[in-house]
Write a protein that binds this ligand. Sequence first.
Ligand code: FAD
Length: 355
Amino acid sequence: MKEFDYVIIGGGCAGLSLAYELEINDKLKSKTLAIIERREEYKRDKTWSFWKVFPHNFDDCVKKNWENFSINIPNKSNHLNCKKYPYQSIDSGLFYEKVNNKIKLNKNIFFFKDLKEINLNNTFIFNSIPSIKKSHENLWQHFCGIEIETQNKIFDEEIFNLMDFDCDQRDSVHFFYTLPYSKNKALIETTWLSKMNDDTQKDYDFQLKDYIESNLKIKDYKITYREEGAIPLFYPFFKKEKNKINIGTAGGMTRLSTGYTFINIQEHCKYIRENIDSISKIDRYEISKKYQYLDEVFLRVLKKHPKIMPDIFFKMFKASPKTVIKFLSNKSNIFEDLSIILKMPKWIFIKALFY
Ligand SMILES: Cc1cc2nc3c(=O)[nH]c(=O)nc-3n(C[C@H](O)[C@H](O)[C@H](O)COP(=O)(O)OP(=O)(O)OC[C@H]3O[C@@H](n4cnc5c(N)ncnc54)[C@H](O)[C@@H]3O)c2cc1C
């Protein structure tokens, strides 16, 4: 069995982002890399969206940038500007194609379907397969999105809707999310923040149909793409090992209050690439403890008081959009943190410190 300098387990977002980052920075010229990926073929399966708070390698996979967004609760809507940090949507199909076309040119990079096919002695492992212990207490962000094409020009493609809470909450937190790619094309998602123990929340197709027809008042449309997923709003099990670093969701790159992961994966990959020559000695990279703590308190409130969450999200965006975006993208300073925290209902959050 062959041995490799590096092994990446899981050639998804994090695995391929890391392989690409190493490759374009000439870190695989004299090193070998095995990527263990079980899928038979790469095709579009996800849409990764985020605020672009720093440059990344995948601008050419962006389907669309927006500089304006809105957030809605029943009878109220807030329109915000995000020109400084535009919101971007990446098509995973374009991402897989770009990375695979690049890395296949390097004869030191190999793909395998199963870890059993290679020898793991003397190798450094980057693992992106999360170890998730089942618990009824864990929160998930679970969702389904469809891309639709309409006959008429219906959408305003200059502004996307981040959260529309004007919908059935079923004792959880539920919102719709609309990304208009053009006047007649949009991705519309139904998203739940819940423990996933209520199967009625999973009638996604019905929810989407109802929202499109009743709220958006669109009758004539066709579905051109569908994606479904569940992002853990807790950190997967992690065991410190000398020759292994977890990456992606497995590596704790999800912001637990939002589910945003893509942009953190990119930062983690850069950190690994910068330190690759001393990889077994570096400190573990993680989302700063400040955000881990604030998100934990936020999720405690969310679990206990789901009904007030639409209002809380709405109020949070009453702060300057630049500040909120920096906060949600792990880039805020203490004054910006405070300006967000002060928008929260004080007693509920103070009590949540002691649950
Ligand atoms: C549908 C969806 C939409 C999302 N949208 C956003 C978004 O808009 N913004 C955002 O920031 N985050 C988003 N996320 C969260 C996060 O960015 C993604 O989940 C991202 O793909 C995580 O990257 P990853 O490498 O950790 O996992 P994945 O991309 O899932 O990669 C894991 C890879 O491992 C492979 N694999 C699994 N088990 C094995 C095995 N035993 N052996 C070999 N290979 C294996 C899988 O086939 C996969 O290719 C989304 C998640 C989902 C599911």
